[in-house]
Design a protein around this ligand. Structure first.
Ligand SMILES: Cc1ncc(COP(=O)(O)O)c(C=O)c1O
Length: 446
């Protein structure tokens, strides 16, 4: 076992970035640059806090963050160790349809809760749009330059993706971003997580490419594919955070195959136990096409997202768009710019985290006795694996009481697992959630 190294870090006490976050950043950077080897034991949080002259909560928070990201692991009674190897140098049909059945309230995994208290900022943004002058002709095909600059700044700050505004392209949401990325890739099949996001598999198939189902919890062999679509921050719908070792191995597999990794980073800011886990794109900008969306932090109906891709892919998309004028509507882009600038998005994310943390606790209390929770609850859903009969019984009881609770099996293609995917976002209020949980728990007890 490599010995416990003296951890030399420099913390800037005047920086707005919390000390725990600075510490986590520096330890993560050591691991990814291979200066801290896998298996290395780190100093205890108490010893490190004493060394650095900070409160123990600072070192504990940094370690907890890196454990959640999979870079470190706590071994009971023997300390905290580096768990991941560093990065190397350089069919989709499903049995049911997604929309809620008429008359049923769907416990949707993707409908956000948007704090109504920020309505004044929302109105202000749209007033501003109404008085601004739209561009006279077709604008920059990559999107509004000021918005691309605001997004680049935000991506570096909250997702660890350091990029230039010129590298950001506006899209009409994740699916549109995926379609654009696929349009810029050579012919060939695409690996898609299974279980996974139905819209992604359908989008890949609609381009005429083969969908290669890869078990979501395993590192895929990407030989023979041109891309892998993944959701590392919050693997949909199992809810797991892709462990650091899996991330590293996935990138290595993509490099060997000459494939790219398409990272769908849909709800990553909505972590409430630890800070959001940094994006995969932060580890390898040359191999990862990053897709972000306004659907969780503003509204799905905005149909707005962003894409950061390696240069060749980005240029092919921009070139195609310059010819087709296929970019998101200017008024929506302009509104998002105002919403970002005025702090609306940050406020919505902060409020939503509080509400989801509370609702997640209620969901886990009600259902954990009956199924295996498949990941840290994050975003606006929790997934429980359980025997098929139990899942079906709960699903049917939900329907009888007016709730459509998604079945995990409906989001599986080849690798079928059974359970419930319980959404607790804005499609229902607290009272409805509690009622639905009571109905499910009663059915599961029975
Ligand atoms: C896995 C996943 N990706 C992306 C999205 C958002 O897609 P879009 O940006 O197209 O609204 C969702 C919404 O529920 C999702 O579940």
């Amino acid at each position: 076992m490599p010995p416990s190294p003296a951890l030399v870090v420099t913390l800037d006490r005047r920086s707005a970035r919390p000390l725990g976050t600075q510490l986590a950043d520096q330890v993560r950077a050591r691991i990814t640059s291979a200066s801290l080897a896998a298996g290395t034991r780190l100093p205890s949080s108490r010893a490190l806090a004493a060394d650095l002259g900070v409160a123990r909560s600072v070192t504990e928070q940094a370690y907890a963050q890196l454990v959640a990201e999979g870079w470190l692991e706590g071994r009971h009674g023997s300390g905290t160790f580096v768990s991941a190897a560093p990065p190397l140098a350089s069919t989709p049909p499903t049995r049911r349809t997604a929309p809620a059945e008429p008359g049923l309230l769907r416990l949707s995994t993707g409908t956000p809760w948007i704090d109504p208290r920020h309505a004044a900022l929302w109105r202000r943004a749209w007033r501003e749009v109404s008085t601004a002058r739209p561009p006279a002709g077709y604008d920059d095909p990559r999107g509004l330059p000021a918005l691309r600059a605001a997004l680049a700044e935000r991506l570096a700050h909250v997702r660890g993706v350091v990029c230039d505004p010129d590298e950001v392209l506006l899209t009409a949401g994740t699916t549109d971003g995926l379609r654009h990325a696929l349009g810029a890739l050579p012919a060939g099949p695409v690996a898609v997580e299974d279980p996974g996001y139905r819209a992604a598999a359908v989008t890949v198939a609609a381009t005429g490419r083969g969908v290669r189902d890869v078990p979501a919890l395993e590192v895929p062999d990407l030989a023979g594919t041109v891309a892998a679509y993944v959701t590392p921050a919050h693997q949909h719908p199992l809810g797991r955070t892709m462990p650091a070792a899996h991330r590293v191995a996935l990138l290595a597999s993509a490099r060997r195959a000459g494939a790219v990794v398409i990272e769908d980073d849909y709800d990553s800011e909505l972590r409430y136990d630890v800070a959001p886990v940094p994006a995969l794109a932060g580890l390898d900008r040359e191999r990862v096409v990053y897709l972000g969306t306004a659907s969780k932090s503003v509204a799905p109906s905005m149909r707005l997202g962003w894409l950061v891709a390696p240069a060749g892919i980005r240029e092919r998309i921009a070139h195609q768009r310059a010819i087709t004028h296929d970019s998101p509507p200017w008024p929506v882009q302009r509104a998002l710019l105002a919403l970002l600038r005025d702090g609306y998005v940050d406020k919505v994310v902060r409020s939503a985290r509080r509400v989801y943390a509370d609702r997640a606790g209620r969901v886990v209390d009600a259902l954990a006795p009956y199924g295996e929770l498949t990941g840290p609850v994050a975003g606006m859903y929790a997934t429980f694996v359980m025997p098929r009969e139990q899942a079906l019984a709960a699903h049917e009881a939900g329907r009888a009481a007016g709730y459509d609770v998604p079945l995990l099996a409906d989001q599986c293609r080849t690798h079928v697992r059974h359970g419930l995917v319980v959404g607790f976002g804005g499609s229902l209020d607290d009272g409805q959630l509690d009622h639905a949980l009571a109905v499910l728990a009663r059915a599961l007890r029975g």
